[in-house]
Design a protein around this ligand. Sequence first.
Ligand code: F6P
Length: 370
Amino acid sequence: MKRIAVLTSGGDAPGMNAAIRAATLIGRAAGADILGIERGYKGLLEDALVPLAPGDVQGILREGGTILGSARCKEFHHREVRDKARENLSKREVDGLIVIGGNGSLTGALHLANPDEIGSGRPLKVIGIPASIDNDLAYSGLSIGVDTAMNTIVEACDKIADTATAHDRTFIIEVMGRDCGYLAMTSAIAVGADLALFPEAGKSEDKIVDQIVNTILAIRKRQSKRARRVLIIKAEGVAVPVERMKTLVDAKLRERTPDAEPSTIETRVTVLGHVVRGGRPSALDRLIGSRLANVAVRALLKGQTHKMAAWMSQVEVPATVGARSPFDPHVWLVDLQAVLAETENLIAGKSPLARWRAGAFEEIEDALLQ
Ligand code: F6P
């Protein structure tokens, strides 16, 4: 393994730079050339590959985003586009590729290194590193960026809680996460929210509205004014748009409390949006990014391929799917194809982990309302 290329793809995540830096330093120390591919698969198609030396990655550890840039590349679904990408890698004599990104990006990696597609072309080994604030990849405890995103949400919600308490108000706060409710669930716990709405619960619009209204009315009966503010965290993946949710909830509140002055019961909404994806990476994201990249490079150097380096899986990893890496006891090397198949189940709310997350949350809902 003489030459390794690294790319970041899909939604950026704080901590990607830590992975780029570690891949460069570890790879170079082992005698390999490291190339950075700019703007993900788009840059690969445009032959935008640049050599990376230790001096290029100095100080990037603390920066959010990714120094290589990122992009979504829908064209990569087409075989002839991947052929072009392989041609560019081959021209640069790249033997190994590290893809840092979410499930779409890792699917691209799997196809790119598919021996059936490569045929008699230059062999390519590939290792994925999960990076997405959504934490929607199977067999991975935490993807790069999740911890920073959670901290950003907690900071924002603590601020909203101040004004909510002062005005005795209800806030519905929408957080990113695409189809996965992980960020909404975990940040609701960390914030001390009164309700979390996530797609895995599979609730209808009517049920969601009733649940919000019941929560608000139960909380508003409390004696202490300080305990009467209501914080509801809504995952982006819950299909009801937040403005529609507000309209329906406000109407039902007026119906159920006809004597209340409408302005005193009206809800407020805040969509945190892309704010959640930015900012300096937390210490944990720097650590996870660095350690995953260390394992990814060492695995490539040992000739491994079609694997993902995963930070402490949350579920038992079947022996057929992967094992603890010999390079770091907290990092597993799991079969990339198996990861992507199980990720589909996770996103559809069908995997054991998704069911456990949803079930565990429903069990604590009543406790929150006491
Ligand atoms: O996958 C990361 C993510 O931030 C999701 O949470 C969100 O749904 C999506 O990307 C937004 O994508 P874009 O930045 O392309 O609008």
